[in-house]
Design a protein around this ligand. Structure first.
Ligand code: ATP
Ligand code: MG
Length: 552
């Protein structure tokens, strides 16, 4: 975050430091390792690390691993990689599971203070007893158990004497509180599950709402930033800190989630897309995950600029993906080499060019960044152009190639279409042209003008390449609000979200490396795909096309 862009959280922190309420800033990014990070998490990361950075504070990466059934080491590793790639270094790497023993002790303390009890009601009964927004809850018949009985039962829960769901530990707060979160929330449950960190040591696990404030307090977090859906939990957060007698008192502050139109952004749904093979993994370039964006070719700088531009507030409207694309264009404009690639090839024979001859032409690598120098591209009697750049029977205002018309070949000569060769089905298979040697690019030819400029690749040396072109994976702008009429988001998956075409690139690109980025003349920015690119097979992902109607 830039120093100068103020927001309400920064204002709170500044005041806390000035008033002496705090003398340092400690934040944390607390993902649950139950999926890969998405761009919404990137926002949380940038806010947490950015704010701490601005005030010379520190930020921990802490995994909220309190639900072993959904969590996995694969996710832990992926999350660490993504945070680093975004450009952040955590102060300490922590796990909620590091604190299981202390959490247990704090729960025992609550029992001793008669602020927690073991309940035998099952999940359905607990829900029934909880009441509604308009009706108060009902107290469980087990609420009045003695401290001794509760201590004994809780110890036996830990020892594994009970089955999943048979008993829970609940905070004893207020069953008639207007805030449902305070109606004796469950704070421990029995779950005979193997944990990726603690193995089989535990068969009871703390609930998030109990664990999270304790984790923050243990780490000395000063400002615990989370999204607005936790606003109603803040009284419980504060209750846990006080009742458990935590020395350090973190302050929870909520900000609005980032949502993108035409995008699902919950790990549960993203996991479903992966599990049911709508995509080829969490890092599929159509996914809004950090790893998907990376594979598509987005840069950390573009993501940071984008998040900065969305601001920090309590609101959470859905942002247009075009805004994210705007920032990647800006980021790549000066740094990525320009080149020519043919996505859907059509052969052109230049009949008056000497057979067997090849000449090298010079082309600038990036006209907006002359320091990048120039490249050599071969030209000869046979080239490929784009199928779309030829029409046998064009409409008015079509300025590209058609019978009798002359166009400029980028970096080369004018060519004129003389003849069209078709196969037995009437499909155009080859165009015959003549070129005018006087019109060579860079020689200052002014004899006549042509209206169209098209790109091309010399045929004999062209390197085959696969191009992957993307559309939004989900087609429904209202998805984030409601799922209507029994439809789920899966009913809105775009069947045309991926188009694969095979074409050619300039020979000087034969040694490109995964994650190299280029601007292909007229086609947009592309990234060399790290998953499918092999020794003899180059695959490009289109990051973004060149133009957009988006205005910042
Ligand atoms: P999801 O609901 O997408 O599965 P989550 O909130 O369950 O995400 P966590 O791993 O619990 O995922 O989130 C880690 C942190 O990232 C939390 O502080 C959470 O508030 C924040 N976060 C998650 N989604 C967004 C979002 N869309 N915008 C901003 N912050 C987010
Ligand atoms: Mg969550």
């Amino acid at each position: 975050m830039e120093q100068n862009s103020s927001n309400f959280i920064r204002t709170i922190i500044k005041e806390d430091l000035e008033s002496g309420k705090r003398n340092e800033v400690v934040t944390r990014f607390p993902p649950e390792p139950n999926g890969y990070l998405h761009i919404g998490h990137a926002k949380s990361i940038i806010i947490n690390f950015g704010l701490a950075d601005d005030f010379n504070g520190k930020t921990n990466l802490r995994f909220d691993d309190t639900n072993p059934l959904k969590e996995d080491q694969e996710y832990v590793d992926a999350i660490k990689e993504d945070v680093k790639w975004l450009g952040f270094e955590w102060e300490e790497l922590r796990f909620a599971s590091d604190y299981f023993e202390e959490m247990y002790e704090r729960a025992v303390l609550l029992i001793k203070k008669d602020l927690a009890y073991v309940d035998d009601l099952n999940a359905d009964e607990i829900r029934e007893y909880r009441g509604t927004l308009t009706e108060p809850g009902k107290e469980s018949p087990y609420r009045s158990r003695s401290v001794e009985e509760n201590l004994d039962l809780f110890k036996r829960m830990r020892a594994g004497e009970f089955q999943n769901g048979e008993k829970v530990l609940r905070a004893k707060i207020d069953m008639s509180s207007p805030n449902i979160n305070l109606r004796d929330p469950v704070i421990y449950r029995v779950s005979h599950a193997h944990h990726h960190n603690t193995g089989d040591k535990w068969c009871i696990y703390p609930m998030y709402a109990f664990a999270h404030p304790i984790e923050d307090a243990i780490e000395g977090v000063t400002h615990s930033l989370c999204t607005t859906e936790f606003e109603d939990q803040r009284p419980l957060y504060n209750w846990v800190i006080e009742a458990c007698e935590m020395e350090s008192k973190p302050q929870q502050i909520e900000f609005g989630r980032l949502n993108l139109i035409n995008t699902v952004m919950s790990k549960r749904k993203l996991k479903q897309l992966v599990d049911e093979k709508y995509v080829d993994g969490w890092d599929d370039p159509r996914m809004p995950t950090v790893s998907g964006l990376r594979r598509k070719g987005f840069t950390p700088g573009a993501i940071r600029e984008f998040v900065e531009a969305t601001g920090v507030s309590k609101g959470s409207g859905a942002v247009d993906t075009a805004m994210l694309e705007h920032f990647v264009r800006e980021d790549l404009k000066l740094s990525s080499p320009r080149t020519m690639g043919i996505l859907k090839p059509l052969k052109v024979v230049i009949t008056n060019y000497p057979e067997g001859q090849t000449e090298m032409l010079e082309a600038e690598i990036n006209p907006e960044n002359p320091e990048m120098g120039s490249r050599q591209i071969p030209f000869s009697r046979e080239i490929y152009i784009e199928q779309d750049d030829f029409m046998e029977d064009p409409p008015k205002k079509y300025f590209r190639l058609f019978p009798g018309n002359e166009v400029r070949l980028k970096h080369a000569y004018f060519i004129k279409c003389e003849d069209v060769i078709k196969d037995e089905n009437g499909e155009v298979v080859e165009i015959h042209c003549t070129y005018d040697p006087e019109t060579k690019s860079g020689t200052g030819f002014t004899g006549r003008k042509v209206k169209g400029t098209i790109h091309w690749v010399e045929a004999s040396q062209a390197v085959p390449a696969e191009f992957r072109l993307y559309e939004p994976l989900i087609l429904d702008e209202e998805l984030n609000s409601e799922e209507n009429e029994g439809k789920t988001f899966l009913d809105h998956v775009n069947e045309n979200s991926l188009e694969i075409v095979n074409g050619f690139i300039e020979p000087n690109m034969k040694d490109v490396k995964p994650q190299d980025k280029f601007q292909f003349f007229r086609h947009g920015y592309f990234n060399v795909d790290p998953k499918h690119t092999a020794e003899d097979h180059i695959v490009f992902n289109r990051i973004v096309s060149l133009k957009s109607s988006f205005k910042l």
